[in-house]
Design a protein. Structure first.
Length: 95
């Protein structure tokens, strides 16, 4: 898993509507979240972005400050070990 959005429950992208997503705001990761949401018919206005460094995502999930978070290795493995689940990502449209 190179990158993922993790949650405390098994979720699809569509289930992130209205949720708080931890992500580095202002970086390419925010664009990734935007494209991921678009694949499920959502926009950034359908979620609440919370500025979180990737290495803090697991802690923020554990404390329930965020509902999901964007991470990559090794933080994705740390999140899984803590009991969090990856979001099922739909393929991105390239058109």
């Amino acid at each position: 898993m190179l990158s993922s959005v993790g949650t405390s429950w098994s979720a699809s992208v569509a289930e992130l509507k209205g949720k708080r997503i931890g992500v580095n705001i202002g970086y390419y990761t925010e664009l990734f979240i935007q494209e991921m949401l678009k694949s499920a018919g959502l926009t950034l206005s359908d979620v609440f972005l919370v500025d979180v460094d990737p290495e803090l995502v697991t802690d923020k999930l554990n404390s329930k400050e965020i509902d999901a978070g964007y991470v990559w290795q090794p933080e994705d493995e740390i999140a899984v070990e803590a009991g969090h689940k990856p979001v099922k990502l739909e393929p991105f449209s390239r058109g």
